[in-house]
Design a protein. Structure first.
Length: 74
């Protein structure tokens, strides 16, 4: 998998560039990354609670971290 997608996802998430994150969600070939981005953006725009939003943000960040670490291990 192209780790540039993960780098971009991390950058866009940290800097709040939601439009770019949405474009990445559509273009990435990593279905799980796309789903995590979708869930986070939905939670951001339609928050059930701060805890729910934080949870979706953390899930996205954990997945990006895991994917980047897997790139270095393999």
């Amino acid at each position: 998998m192209n780790n540039i997608d993960y780098d971009k996802a991390l950058y866009y998430t940290l800097w709040g560039q939601w439009d770019d994150l949405l474009v990445l969600m559509v273009r990435t070939k990593d279905d799980l990354l796309s789903k995590k981005i979708e869930q986070f953006l939905h939670a951001y725009h339609y928050p059930i609670s701060n805890e729910y939003l934080t949870n979706k943000h953390d899930q996205l960040m954990y997945y990006i971290d895991h994917a980047l670490l897997s790139e270095f291990d393999g």
